[in-house]
Design a protein. Structure first.
Length: 363
């Protein structure tokens, strides 16, 4: 039986989930801060499993399937989309872990993001980059496994809306016939930390928008405490006016995204449910508010977890690795057409920007 590992590079933690066949052989997590300060810690966890056959490496915005041993600095840029040369040269986080996986000759693979998938009509990709990062695709796989086991159906009969509520970002994806047909990524929806879609006039006034701009302005910033934790939120939401205002804005933006993605399905009556995943989905107040906002419209369920520590994305990454090797989850992976992914997240952008200069600066 193949040994595989999935990694989820989250905003708060990096999760690691490994399988031998369907048996869980590793389920662990370390803080993202630790990985940034000492990327070799991630490598130590990977190397704790002997004779790994495949690792779904942290993939950021993703690439069409590519072995880590073959990746270039241009590839790393496309997974991170960090333009500043000095920032790219810093040996921190996801980029440095990829470099270390390559240097250690570990059997890693980069997987696609949502935009790379051929199951999404091209017109839905126009002027979009973030339709869902690679880890969101991993969470989709966990959701499909949940449905096929719980509802006793085939992968091609899985139909649901997936909402992932991370510590930083939120995302909403449409899954029809076991395939991703549309996605609204984390930079387009208000998250616990992230601002979501920026008003065009506001973007003009800000002028020089940085990654840090996108990572703020969400629920925690509106509450008045950018470092707000979920526990603090739980204590304040019904007692503090500003925190309540922030929460109402968060739920409103999320609900609008859910109704928007609903329109992407070919037949509205095939959607069986909405599956919630991510750290914030574990919070009962948030979960109940989403259910109430969709009452009479969609049944809301918490996605099944297959681990005790890692989140859904790391689990799904391991399922993808297993499926790519022809294991138990092969039918899910094949139906998603992950192997047929192609293109770049910079394709089909019709808003003027100097794509060629950006890419040439990497050489």
């Amino acid at each position: 039986m193949n040994k595989v590992l999935g990694i989820d590079p989250g905003s708060l933690t990096w999760d690691f989930f490994a399988l031998k066949g369907k048996e869980v052989i590793l389920d662990s997590s370390i803080s993202t801060k630790e990985v940034i300060e000492e990327p070799s810690k991630a490598i130590s966890i990977i190397k704790s499993i002997k004779n790994l056959d495949l690792i779904v490496a942290p993939s950021g915005f993703g690439l069409p399937l590519k072995n880590v041993k073959d990746i270039t600095e241009k590839d790393i840029f496309l997974t991170l989309l960090k333009f500043n040369k000095k920032e790219r040269e810093q040996l921190v986080g996801l980029g440095e872990v990829l470099r270390l996986i390559k240097a250690e000759n570990l059997p890693g693979i980069i997987i696609p993001g949502v935009k790379h998938l051929p199951t999404i009509p091209r017109y839905r990709k126009i002027n979009k980059i973030d339709m869902g990062t690679a880890d969101k695709l991993c969470t989709v796989v966990t959701g499909i496994r949940d449905q096929i086991e719980r509802l006793e159906i085939q992968p091609a009969n899985a139909n649901f809306i997936m909402v992932e509520l991370g510590h930083g970002f939120s995302a909403v994806l449409a899954i029809e016939n076991g395939q991703v047909i549309d996605g609204i990524g984390g930079s387009n929806i208000m998250g616990f930390k992230a601002c979501g879609g920026l008003d065009g006039e506001l973007a003009y006034l800000i002028k020089n928008i940085k990654k840090n701009t996108i990572y703020g302005g969400g629920l925690s910033s509106i509450s008045g405490n950018r470092d707000l934790t979920l526990n603090q939120f739980t204590k304040l939401v019904n007692n503090d006016h500003q925190t309540r205002l922030a929460f109402d804005a968060y739920i409103s933006d999320l609900t609008k995204a859910i109704f928007a993605i609903y329109s992407s399905f070919s037949h509205k009556d095939i959607i069986t449910e909405l599956l919630l995943a991510g750290r914030c989905a574990e919070n009962r107040i948030i979960r109940d508010e989403i259910s109430n906002s969709l009452k009479g419209f969609l049944t809301v369920k918490l996605m099944q977890t297959y681990g005790k520590i890692s989140k859904h994305a790391a689990q799904g990454a391991a399922f993808i690795a297993n499926g790519l090797l022809g294991g138990e989850f092969g039918p899910i992976v094949n139906n998603l057409k992950i192997k047929e992914a192609k293109g770049s997240v910079l394709d089909d952008i019709y808003i003027p920007f100097d794509k060629n200069k950006i890419l040439s600066d990497l050489n």
